[in-house]
Design a binder for this molecule. Structure first.
Ligand code: PMV
Length: 363
């Protein structure tokens, strides 16, 4: 168990390792879109079922931590989120830092000025917590390495970052790698951390387009934590876990064989199952909007009538992710602009594609 190992290693922390001069660490980490959805938790932030995601490129968070030896007995934290001091997000960061102190004891002895910026709207069902928490976790892991004066990033650096990101937000565990990423017990995978998708990816999947159709940028009425909790006693809990397990196999084959038809069938089934779980929770709720279902109908009619390779998925929110290969990009963009754009809030669409993963900012 990595949990025990990291706790044991943290016990060797010595105050001598605290920095004599202030310094900065930082990471830019991308968002990701799940193709097989993680929904429901067991133990501490461990998933009921395995998941796989595609890392994005343009949608990311940049976090920088300026740190120095604490001026008082206990270290203090300052947060600036998108340029705003003491943003409501601070409480979540504070809770997270308290939660990870057993792994990172230096937090108690440092003053931390955390500056974090999203390239896309926060809390709009666009997995902003995935990029925010992974960039914070990566920065903390770099801070630890700097204190230990270990050069470079050792081979298990990203495994630890994924473990730590998971404690902040499950989906964040997958944002520490580029391309396609798996998390959870499935063919050698772990519930404690994510890993890059094993095996080669066939065309057209190495670089897939993802256009987010923003139906609403308002914060969600029910956050993901409450949604996950409603899976604890969900009547379909077991069936949902079995479905996700089966869909891991289907997506994996589709990615390896370049089978867009099977990919589309699986991602759409996953998206609709996620929302079906919300609708059938006790109490049930819906995050879908009228425009969401209208756009789904239009995507499906377009695909059936033209045979175009285009698929949708949804996160825990009303916005759609349109997934399509570059060879169809020109044609799809024309159709999107005519048929889907008018249904988006303020005609807003965010065009993205498969990304290469996080980047260190301070080196
Ligand atoms: O990472 P969380 O706890 O916000 O959960 C998000 C879960 C989904 O985004 C709905 C699905 C997923 O696997 O990312």
């Amino acid at each position: 168990m990595l949990d025990e190992q990291y706790r044991r290693e943290a016990l060797t922390f010595d105050k001598q390792q605290l920095p004599s001069i202030p310094a900065t660490v930082g990471w830019e980490a991308p968002s990701n879109i799940a193709l097989v959805k993680y929904w429901g938790k067991k133990a501490i932030q461990q998933p009921v079922n395995p998941s796989v995601s595609m890392t994005l490129s343009n949608m990311h968070t940049q976090t920088r931590i300026h740190y120095s030896r604490a001026k008082k007995d206990e270290g203090r934290i300052w947060l600036r989120f998108n340029g705003i001091e003491d943003h409501p997000f601070k409480d979540r960061i504070q809770r997270y830092l308290n939660h990870v102190k057993p792994f990172f004891p230096f937090i108690s002895h440092l003053d931390l000025h955390i500056d974090t910026r999203n390239s896309f709207p926060h809390s709009a069902g666009m997995a902003s917590s995935a990029s925010a928490m992974s960039s914070l976790a990566l920065s903390l892991c770099s801070l630890e390495k700097d204190l230990l004066e270990e050069p470079g990033e050792p081979s298990d650096f990203f495994q630890k970052a994924s473990f730590m990101a998971r404690l902040g937000s499950g989906s964040a565990a997958r944002s520490v790698y580029g391309g396609y990423v798996e998390w959870g017990q499935h063919e050698g995978g772990s519930d404690e951390y994510a890993r890059p998708f094993p095996g080669p990816i066939a065309e057209p999947f190495p670089v897939l387009n993802d256009s987010v159709l923003v139906v609403s940028s308002q914060p969600k009425k029910i956050n993901s934590s409450s949604g996950h909790a409603l899976m604890d006693n969900h009547p379909y809990r077991e069936a949902r876990a079995a479905q996700a397990e089966e869909n891991m196999g289907r997506i994996s084959r589709a990615l390896k064989e370049g089978d867009f038809k099977s990919f589309a069938a699986t991602t759409e089934e996953e998206a609709l199952s996620l929302h079906a779980m919300m609708l059938s929770s006790r109490p049930g709720y819906s995050l879908l909007k009228e425009a969401t279902t209208e756009i789904i109908d239009r995507i499906r009619s377009y695909r059936y009538s033209t045979g175009t390779s285009v698929a949708f998925t949804l996160d825990a929110g009303p916005n759609l992710h349109l997934l399509y290969p570059t060879r169809e990009k020109e044609k799809i963009r024309v159709w999107m602009n005519q048929q889907l754009k008018p249904l988006c809030e303020g005609e807003k669409m965010i065009h993205d594609f498969t990304g290469n993963g996080p980047q260190r900012l301070d080196k």
